[in-house]
Write a protein that binds this ligand. Sequence first.
Ligand code: NAD
Length: 337
Amino acid sequence: SSSTTPIKATLFPGDGIGPEIAESVKQVFTAADVSIDWDEHYVATEIDPRTNSFLTWESLQSVLKNRVGLKGPMATPIGKGHRSLNLTLRKELNLYANVRPCYSLPGYKTRYDDVDLVTIRENTEGEYSGLEHQVVKGVVESLKIITRTASMRVAEYAFLYAKTHGRKKVSAIHKANIMQKTDGLFLQCCKEVSEKYPEIYYEEVVIDNCCMMLVKNPALFDVLVMPNLYGDIISDLCAGLVGGLGLTPSCNIGEDGIALAEAVHGSAPDIAGKNLANPTALLLSGVMMLRHLKLNKQAEQIHSAIINTIAEGKYRTADLGGTSTTTEFTKAICDHL
Ligand code: NAD
C-alpha cells in the first residue's frame, strides 16, 4: 500500500510507442496503489563513450543499483562503431536468461485455448555471439560457443523456476544429433541439473520435432529451456500461438538477482505517436516485475484487471480487432481495478 516505503525501479520508456505504453503502465500501477518509485531513463541522442552505446553509463548504474527495472522497446540507430542498446544491456548487466510465459488469454480467441507454457532462453552465447569472419573470399565461418558455465546457469534457473512456479515438466530443446559437441554439452548440463529435481519430469526434444509438436498441440509443453538461437525462434513462435507480440511479456534475469522485464515487441514505428499501441505486453511485463519483487497481491490484481478488460471485449486496441485508443484501453483497466 501507499503507506510503505516505495521500491525504486528503473524505467526505460524506450522509443516509438515506448513512451505511450510506459505512460499506461504508470497509470495502472498508480491506480493499483503499487508503491514503485520509477527512476526514468531515456536513450541518449549521442554515444556515451563509457558504454560505447546510446545507453548512458548512468542508465546502467541505475539498474545495477535498483536491481530491478522495466524496459520498453528500443530502436538501435543504424550506423557503425557503436553497440546495440539491447546487446549493451545484456552484456553489461549479465542478463543470462530470458523468460517468456505464453498462455491463452481467456476471452481472446486464437487457434488454441489451452496454451500455458514458459520458454527460458540462454541469452549470452551460441551462434548469437556474432563471432564471424571470412576465411577466404566466398567462404565465411561463424563460431557457436557453448560453455558449461552458461549452460549450467540457465539450466539451474529453468528448474528453479519450474519448482517455484508449480510447474511439472522441463523440456530441453536441442539438435544434439547433429551439433553433437555444442548441443550435447547443453543437454548434459540440463540432465545433470534435472537429477537434483526428481519431482520435475525431464525430457529432451529435438528442435524440429518441437516445432511440429508446438503447432499441433502446444498443451504438450510446460517449461522449455534452450540455447540462444533456438530460444529466439521458438519464443516468437509461442507468442504467435496466443495472439501475437502485443500481448507477450518477458523478463531478463541477471546474476545476483537482477531482473529487467520487457515487452517482446519492437518500437512499432508505423503506429508510434498515434495513441493506437496495445500496452498489454509491457503491462504484463510489469506484472512479472512485481512478482519478482514478491508484490504478489498487486501483481494478481493488475493481471486480473487486464484479463477482464480484454475478455469483456468492450475496449480493445486495433491489433486485437477493436477500436479503442491506448488511453481508452488503459482507463478501462484502471476502472476494473
Ligand atoms: P515491431 O514489433 O516494432 O512491429 C511489428 C508489427 O507489430 C508492426 O506492425 C507494429 O505496429 C506491430 N506492433 C508491435 N507492437 C505492438 C503493440 N504493442 N501494439 C500494437 N501493435 C504492435 O517490429 P519491427 O517493425 O521489426 O521493429 C521496429 C523497431 O523496433 C526496430 O528498430 C527494431 O530494431 C526494434 N526492436 C526492438 C526490440 C526491443 O527493444 N526489445 C525488439 C524488436 C524490435
